[in-house]
Design a binder for this molecule. Structure first.
Ligand code: NAP
Length: 296
C-alpha cells in the first residue's frame, strides 16, 4: 500500500449506485504495485448532481475518474472534449483532467476504454480478423462498445441480434454515418441459427447467464451445435466463470473468452491514460479480482 500523505492525489469511479464497484480494489492494487501516489475511491453521484460533482472534482484537482451507470451517456455534454470512439459508442467510461500546460484549453477529456478492454484478448490471438464475421447478442450499452471494437478489428460483417425489432432499428440508425457502423446489420433471435455456421466471433452482451441465474444461456445447446468450427466465443459476463454459454461453446471446441479480461483491460487502459505509464500490472489486477470473486 502506498502511504497516504499530503501529496497523494485522488482517482475514483462515479455512479449511482457505486458502492458495489470492483474498480477500487483492482486500481488500488495496481497503483500500489506501480508506486503511484494516488488513491482510487468510489464516489456516489446522483443523476441530478452530476454537473456540480464534475465542477467540484476540477476544484479539488482530481486526476481523473471512471464512470458507470447511470452517467455514461449524460456526462458527454459536460466534457471539454470526447474521443472519436466514445462519440461513436455514445458513452464515456474514463475521464481525465487536461491542464493548460498542455497548450490545450483546460478541462475534462473523456474516452471509452471498454472498446480497448474488449479488444485486448482478441488482438493477442494473432488471428487475422480482417474479413471476419462477428455476431453480437444483445443491443444495449455494452453491445455498442463491442460493435465499435469489431469494426476496428476489420470485421466485414457485424450482426447484432436482439429481441425487440424497434430497439434494433434504433440501434442500427444510431450508427448511420459512423465509420464503425458500415458493416452493421441487425437481426431478431429467429435469425441466429443461420448466422452460427458463419460466425468467426460470437459475443454475448446480454445479462443472460449472470449469477444467480447461472443455468441460463442466451444460446441453447442445439443452436450452439451449429457454430462454425474454430470460432471464438466471448461472454462479457464475469460471474459465474465460465458461464453456461461459454461451457456450451467449449464443448463444441470453441475458444472461450470471459468478461473478467475485458473488465481488467478497460481498467488498465484507464490507468495508462491517468499515469502516462505503460507498465500497468494487468496480471495483478486480474488476480485481485479473481480472488475477490472467489474464482481462483
Ligand atoms: P444493457 O444496456 O441493459 O443491455 C442488455 C441487452 O441485453 C439489451 O439489448 C437487452 O435487450 C438484452 N437482454 C436482456 N435480457 C435479455 C433476455 N432475457 N433475452 C435476450 N436479451 C436480453 O446492459 P449492458 O450495460 O449492455 O450490459 C450487458 C452485460 O454485459 C451485463 O451482463 C454486464 O455485466 C456485462 N458487461 C461486462 C463488461 C465487462 O467489462 N466485462 C462491461 C460492460 C458490460 P432489450 O434491449 O430488448 O431490453
Amino acid at each position: 500500500m502506498v502511504e497516504i500523505t499530503g501529496k497523494t492525489r485522488l482517482l475514483g469511479v462515479i455512479g449511482h449506485p457505486v458502492r458495489h464497484s470492483f474498480s477500487p480494489l483492482m486500481h488500488n492494487a495496481a497503483l500500489a504495485e506501480m508506486g503511484v501516489d494516488c488513491s482510487y475511491v468510489a464516489l456516489p453521484v446522483k443523476p441530478d448532481e452530476l454537473e456540480v460533482a464534475i465542477a467540484g472534482f476540477a476544484a479539488i484537482e482530481l486526476v481523473g475518474f471512471n464512470i458507470t451507470i447511470p452517467h455514461k451517456q449524460s456526462i458527454l455534454p459536460l466534457l471539454t472534449s470526447v474521443s472519436e470512439v466514445a462519440q461513436a459508442v455514445g458513452a464515456v467510461n474514463t475521464v481525465w483532467w487536461m491542464s493548460e500546460e498542455t497548450g490545450e484549453p483546460p478541462g475534462w477529456r473523456g474516452t471509452n476504454t471498454d472498446v480497448e478492454g474488449f479488444l485486448a484478448p482478441l488482438q493477442r490471438m494473432e488471428r487475422d480478423w480482417n474479413g471476419a464475421i462477428a455476431v453480437v447478442l444483445g443491443n444495449g450499452g455494452a453491445a455498442r462498445a463491442v460493435v465499435a471494437g469489431c469494426a476496428m478489428l476489420g470485421c466485414s460483417e457485424i450482426h447484432v441480434v436482439g429481441r425487440n425489432a424497434a430497439k434494433l432499428e434504433a440501434f442500427a440508425a444510431s450508427w448511420s454515418g459512423s465509420q464503425y457502423g458500415k458493416n452493421l446489420q441487425v437481426r431478431t433471435w429467429e435469425g441466429l441459427s443461420d448466422l452460427m455456421p458463419k460466425a468467426d466471433l460470437l459475443v454475448n452482451t446480454t445479462p443472460v447467464g449472470m449469477a444467480p441465474k447461472v443455468e441460463a444461456s442466451p444460446v441453447d445447446a442445439e443452436v450452439m451445435a451449429k457454430l462454425k468450427a474454430g470460432a471464438i466465443v466471448y461472454d462479457l459476463i464475469y460471474v459465474p466463470n465460465p458461464t453456461r454459454f461459454l461451457a456450451l461453446a467449449q464443448e463444441r471446441g470453441a475458444v472461450a473468452i470471459d468478461g473478467l479480461e475485458m473488465l481488467v483491460q478497460q481498467g488498465a487502459a484507464a490507468l495508462r491514460i491517468w499515469t502516462g505509464r505503460e507498465d500497468v500490472p494487468v496480471e495483478i489486477m486480474g488476480c485481485v479480482l479473481r480472488s475477490h470473486l472467489g474464482l481462483s
